[in-house]
Design a protein around this ligand. Sequence first.
Ligand code: PLP
Length: 402
Amino acid sequence: MAEHQIENLDAQLLKRKLRVTESPCDVTAYVGQRELKAFCSNDYLGLANHPDLINALTEGAMRYGVGSGASHLISGHSIAHELLEKKLAECERKHIPNARALFFSTGYLANVNAITGLARLAESSDVSIYSAKLNHASIIDGVRLASAQTKATVTLFDHQNLHSLLESLKQDTHSLKLIVVDGVFSMDGDLAPVKQLLELAEQYDALLMVDDAHGFGVLGEQGHGILEKCDVHSERIIYMGTLGKAAGVSGAFLCASTPFIEWLIQKGRPYIYSTATPPAIAHTLLHSIELIEGDEGKRRRQQLNQLIQIWQTEMSFSKWLKVESPTAIQPVILGSNANALAAAKLLDEAGYWIPAIRPPTVPVGSSRLRITFSANHSENDVRELIKTLKRIEQTVEREHQA
Ligand SMILES: Cc1ncc(COP(=O)(O)O)c(C=O)c1O
């Protein structure tokens, strides 16, 4: 049965393949003993292989060992976790009054924890969740689980046009309303209109949860993410930031006003029933946040923005659809699975690692190359990639027409 299903996937050009990297995460990758230039990781600041963080992890392991041994509420919550959570709460305190943070092993778990936990703040059936149509799979799964557990009403909305959201909110009589949105859309790179969403949340007494997986570390003067960039401030905000992307390590955090976090500690099943991340990781992350906030973080964000600008000006020749994205995520939409796979293969032959992204990660008919930049790329790296894409575009178009 499984074999048959996999054959079906293959026939639709939807089968995915694992590739094994033989080198640390960086802009140069060794895959199958070939050297490739990688434009596909989420290591936007180029910290995943940073010597200071490698040292911090070694020091953390010497100090705390390699495992936490239990969930946070049993005996796994170390001083390293506590210090990290205090630091992360400080990062968002200007935007969330009375902020407290909670550290998770992944963003996926943090999202599921927040959405299912918050949905339990009201009586069953008295919850309404509004989720942006292009939200990440972990939000979709969190919403599905919350809806199964609490019979919450779920409404999808278009994040670039808030009219339908407004109309639904006007008529909503549920006692708990939760709006959930990606801060930076993971496959498109565009930003959610957080300020307008917050205005709606305030007007209609809703909570606003922002998943800033791709914003924390890169957006805002200090890298504190989309709340800093949009200069918003409210105790209605539930913030999720990941720490395995721009922060270069692993994990995620929720940050919200203290009573919400206290509630999620009491009722968030993924938090309660899962072993705490090794404290050495939390220790490493403390150093990563220092780098992000300091001069080096600023320099790295400047470099990233410079690369984004080069891309935006020099890719204007392309007929392939590009989304207006101000971030390090720059999709090139080719439409069919066949075209996206053909482009990824030609790029691979030219020495680049940029996989084709296909449904269900993106909507049917919008298969794409998801190109991402890192502060470790040089301007020349980006210019060379653009030249290669120009050549490849002509080949793919020719073959498509033939
Ligand atoms: C928008 C968004 N949210 C959440 C996650 C999950 O984060 P993690 O990889 O830490 O599980 C991702 C991962 O790619 C993401 O893109």
